[in-house]
Design a protein around this ligand. Structure first.
Ligand SMILES: [Zn+2]
Ligand SMILES: [Zn+2]
Length: 461
């Protein structure tokens, strides 16, 4: 073997492992329905390319289970339509109509030689793209978490390590929300400025409580601690709570429930006064029977009052909490009351618990205001990604469908690049050497470039 061919063999092995991890990809993955039709490139792995080349009988089909793609070969009643395409290098080029908002799956299929009952063909690859209407196309899908803890309260890791864990878990945004304190999240945000990682949004956050701790709620984006205020202004706080109690007087609450509910009213208003963009009612049905469980009458009163922006539906890995909340929201919906929902981890061990329970916000702008806008206007979904092949998305029908597509075809590469960025930061945090910061930033920038290019390719701008 010559040196050249040895190098070539080594190179193709690298290609094989890096591209092979994801399988065939269609670019762009997301297109505008208003475009009418679009040009696509399918990037193949070396194995897939070799298989297509070796099989002259291979046929490329596109799914049109809605029977609405276009006229053409395949027969009116068929769910699959043959596609014309040509090869360019290791890629497939084709043009297709994109008029309807629905996932289009492409399949490279080799029919069996013999047409016989029970004899099946083989599939070389499947890939997909998704035309969307302009309102959704213009939005940025941001995966994130509104609720996590550091060692500044009862979490396991210091704030900066929590920040790095968030990126490593594939998150575009993360709020550190330590109990009774806003400060750790603000410090984290400031300390991360040294990495110049603008695509990773660290949000100011706090989990605030009544005393005793019946109320659990999260505020995001405010500039002054809600519990800092209530602790420093006890008399004023108690007076306001007393006044707020009148709102809930006729609801049959006992003294204890009435106090916690009135606390919520005062603290929710305070959070907004201090600039919170989102006030979230946390885990209303956490650990039933536990002494920290919120009394059902208190939860009912808060739901009726609705002085929050969203309610935690996806909560960590606790299915019981999630699905009892979902059952309650179903009952509320039957009565005509709708509440935006978010998925959060409430991770205390952020090295293992982030990235499973999350929110995907379809934000009009890639910032906190955009994320808050998405949550309040039902442009977000709850994601529960604990099972590799059993992802659960909760939200409205249109977004849930789109989220499943993104989870399968967009987020794997996004998450992989974010994971490397998180590891780059964790590595620097081990020593925190000032002279190594420059190299760390360069590495992060290179990874960021890779992510930007991928996103540019995936969205047909
Ligand atoms: Zn809590
Ligand atoms: Zn918490």
């Amino acid at each position: 073997m010559s040196i050249c061919s040895r190098i070539f063999a080594a190179c193709s092995l690298v290609l094989l492992t890096s591209a092979g991890a994801f399988g065939a990809s269609v670019f762009p993955g997301v297109v505008r329905t208003s475009a009418g039709e679009a040009d696509f490139t399918i990037e193949l792995t070396p194995e897939e390319y070799a298989a297509v080349k070796a099989e002259p009988r291979a046929i490329l089909y596109v799914a049109r289970n809605d029977r609405r793609l276009s006229s053409g070969k395949g027969g009116a009643g068929r769910g699959w339509q043959k596609c014309k395409y040509h090869m360019e290098g290791q890629t497939i080029k084709l043009r297709l109509p994109v008029k309807d908002e629905i996932q289009r799956t492409l399949i490279m299929y080799v029919p069996p030689v013999e047409k016989k009952r029970g004899v099946k063909g083989t599939t070389i690859f499947t890939a997909a793209f998704y035309p969307v209407d302009d309102d959704l196309f213009r939005r940025f899908p941001l995966k994130g978490d509104f609720h996590s803890h550091s060692s500044e309260s009862d979490g396991k890791y210091d704030p900066e390590t929590v920040g790095a864990h968030g990126r490593k878990a594939g998150l575009d945004f993360l709020a550190l929300t330590d109990h009774y304190q806003l400060a750790p999240s603000v410090t984290l945000l400031k300390n991360f400025e040294r990495f110049s990682l603008s695509s990773y949004l660290l949000l100011p956050g706090e989990e605030f409580h009544s005393k005793p701790t019946v109320l659990h709620s999260v505020a995001i984006g405010h500039s002054r601690g809600v519990n800092d205020w209530s602790n420093a202004h006890v008399e004023e706080f108690e007076q306001e709570v007393k006044a707020a109690g009148k709102i809930f007087e006729d609801q049959g609450l006992n003294k204890f429930e009435l106090y916690a509910t009135a606390c919520a009213e005062v603290l929710y208003n305070k959070a907004r006064e201090f600039g919170a963009r989102l006030v979230i009612f946390s885990h209303p049905y956490n650990r039933p029977g536990h002494r920290f469980n919120a009394p059902p009458a208190h939860v009912d009163a808060l739901l009726k009052r609705r002085n929050f922006d969203a309610i935690e539906l996806g909560y960590g890995l606790q299915n019981r909490t999630v699905f009892t909340t979902l059952a309650k929201l179903r009952d509320e919906a039957r009565e005509g009351r709708f509440y935006p929902v978010v998925g959060v981890s409430d991770a205390h061990d952020t090295s293992t618990r982030l990235g499973y329970s999350c929110t995907i916000a379809f934000a009009p702008t890639p910032d906190l205001d955009g994320i808050a806008d998405a949550v309040k206007n039902d442009f977000s979904v709850v994601g529960r990604l604990a099972e590799k092949d059993g992802a659960i998305f909760l939200g409205n029908f249109r977004l849930v469908n789109f989220a499943y597509f993104l989870h399968e075809f967009y987020f794997p590469r996004h998450d992989e690049i974010c994971r490397r960025q998180g590891e780059t930061i964790l590595k620097w945090l081990e020593t925190r050497e000032a002279e190594k910061l420059h190299d760390t930033k360069q590495e992060l920038e290179k990874q960021q470039q890779e992510l930007n290019e991928y996103q540019q390719k995936f969205w047909a701008h």
